[in-house]
Ligand binder design. Structure first.
Ligand SMILES: Cc1cc2nc3c(=O)[nH]c(=O)nc-3n(C[C@H](O)[C@H](O)[C@H](O)COP(=O)(O)OP(=O)(O)OC[C@H]3O[C@@H](n4cnc5c(N)ncnc54)[C@H](O)[C@@H]3O)c2cc1C
Length: 434
């Protein structure tokens, strides 16, 4: 079949990889001049989410104070955003959290297998490192995380509970003063460079015959029983016969279309009247040179409750978090300076608290990007009412490894093959669950 994938982030590129592996002719359309320029660019390094990393669960949205939770919650008068936060907060309940993670777990395992397979085939170097230490400042935080820790035991995820002293011994860049309550060491958990991985995969796809339409924006999708097509807007700088900005629209047809367009997904689906309750969440990163080599962590340190990840990537520290949850309308506008300052201050503070002296924060480069999150924390990997249209989106802030497994599921759906995950997981990922 001819399949068009909309989006050149990790979700789109991984989808193209799986579709190609299933023998389809694939074309990826990306509005930027190259791939990995959206949320994929800003990754914090973690490859696969453990129960401690998923964007729902016991420590999420406990209180609205950013200093405690690491989340700037600014819904204003927007009732949709309040309702969205309320729904996610319901997954703090240990039973609901456990059920939801159980649905996600097979996708995490598939994602791990897909990445292992890619690693063994191509031996790509995308700055992989091993070892993630979740740290907890207060006893109460550690108690809150118990249902997530119980899941590590239940799924036999290799981990060690560490006393404060053992945390400092495992990662000497963590100071023992102020005191901490303890930590969880995930010795096998990996971090890596997501945009680099995406670009390397894109190169493999190009060599394998996948077409790329870069610098092209899909302005609408058309789908009927016979065929599907995307409308492409004019290329940047394209002019008509009179030298004016071109308004020409090009149509490319295909047997199937996969929308993997990150935050662009809702607008594209809306052209077909499809609406999903996905909400944008803005995340920040600081990338700073290592200040003092002897103080730089050799494993990734995560402030587990604030969800701030501090990852060493070669000679740089990447600090990620500072989530901002505001209304959909506001999320798509540039943030105010004071909000940006507050979000970045959370990252600076975490760096100061957990790895003082490791990063030269004054020389850091700041970046922010938006991720789509669903009200039940799971991605949307789904067929639609249009037989030729599929979705692979909303993997959330812990989504890049997941995107690789989700790609295999969606490629199976496109190919008419039963996905290799339990039917409960397939149902939990479908768009009609909302
Ligand atoms: C700051 C930050 C830190 C993160 N840290 C982590 C982490 O540590 N671990 C983790 O697992 N995940 C992390 N995530 C989440 C992870 O990066 C995302 O889940 C993942 O990158 C999603 O990839 P995507 O392909 O769905 O989206 P994107 O990377 O946003 O890709 C979507 C692409 O579609 C293109 N597009 C959209 N609309 C159109 C259109 N109409 N026509 C053509 N092209 C279009 C966009 O230009 C974009 O390139 C983080 C996210 C952010 C923002």
């Amino acid at each position: 079949m001819d399949v068009i994938v909309i989006g050149g982030g990790i979700a789109g590129i991984a989808t193209a990889y799986q579709l190609r592996a299933n023998g389809h002719r694939v074309c990826v359309v990306e509005r930027h001049a190259t791939v990995a320029q959206g949320a994929t660019y800003g990754h914090g390094g973690s490859v696969l989410p453990s129960p401690l990393d998923v964007w729902f669960g016991p420590t999420f949205m406990q209180t609205r104070r950013a200093a405690k939770t690491g989340i700037l919650f600014k819904p204003g008068f927007n009732s949709d955003t309040r309702e969205f936060a309320k729904q996610l907060a319901q997954l703090q309940d240990p039973e609901r959290f456990t059920g939801q993670y159980a649905a996600l777990r097979p996708l995490v395992e598939m994602s791990r297998d897909v990445m292992t397979d890619i690693d063994s085939r191509y031996a790509l170097d995308y700055e992989q490192r091993t070892g993630v230490l979740h740290v907890f400042r207060h006893e109460r935080d550690l108690e809150l995380a118990q249902s997530a820790i119980a899941l590590l035991q239940r799924y036999e995820t290799p981990h060690r509970m560490l006393t404060p002293g053992e945390c400092v011994a495992a990662e000497p860049s963590i100071p023992d003063d102020p005191p901490l309550a303890g930590g969880v060491l995930l010795g096998d958990a990996r971090t890596a460079n997501c945009p680099l991985f995406t670009k390397l995969l894109k190169q493999l796809l190009e060599d394998g015959g996948v077409q790329f339409q870069l610098g092209r924006e899909v302005t609408a999708i058309r789908a009927d029983a016979q065929r599907a097509a995307v409308e492409l807007g004019p290329r940047a700088g394209e002019v008509d016969g009179k030298g004016r900005k071109s308004r020409d629209v090009e149509l490319i047809g295909a047997d199937a279309i996969v929308v993997a367009a990150g935050t662009g997904t809702p607008a594209l689906l809306a052209t077909l009247g499809i609406r999903l309750p996905l909400h944008p969440l803005r995340l920040h990163t600081l990338t700073a040179p290592i200040a003092y080599e002897e103080r730089a962590p050799h494993i990734t340190v995560v402030d587990s409750v604030k969800r701030i990840t501090m990852t060493r990537i070669n000679q740089r520290m990447r600090v990620t978090g500072g989530a901002v949850l505001e209304s959909v309308a506001k999320a798509h506008k540039p943030m105010t300076e004071s909000m940006t300052r507050r979000a970045l201050a959370l990252l600076g503070q975490a760096t100061h608290d957990w790895i003082p002296g490791a990063a030269k924060v004054s020389a850091a480069r700041a970046w922010d990007g938006i991720r789509l999150v669903s009200p039940d924390g799971l991605p949307v990997v789904s067929p639609t009412a249009h037989a030729r249209l599929f979705i692979n989106a909303a993997h959330g802030p812990a989504g890049w490894g997941i995107a690789c497994g989700a790609a295999k599921v969606v490629a199976a759906m496109v190919s008419g093959i039963t996905p290799e995950v339990p039917s409960e997981t397939v149902s939990a990922l479908r768009m009609d669950r909302f």
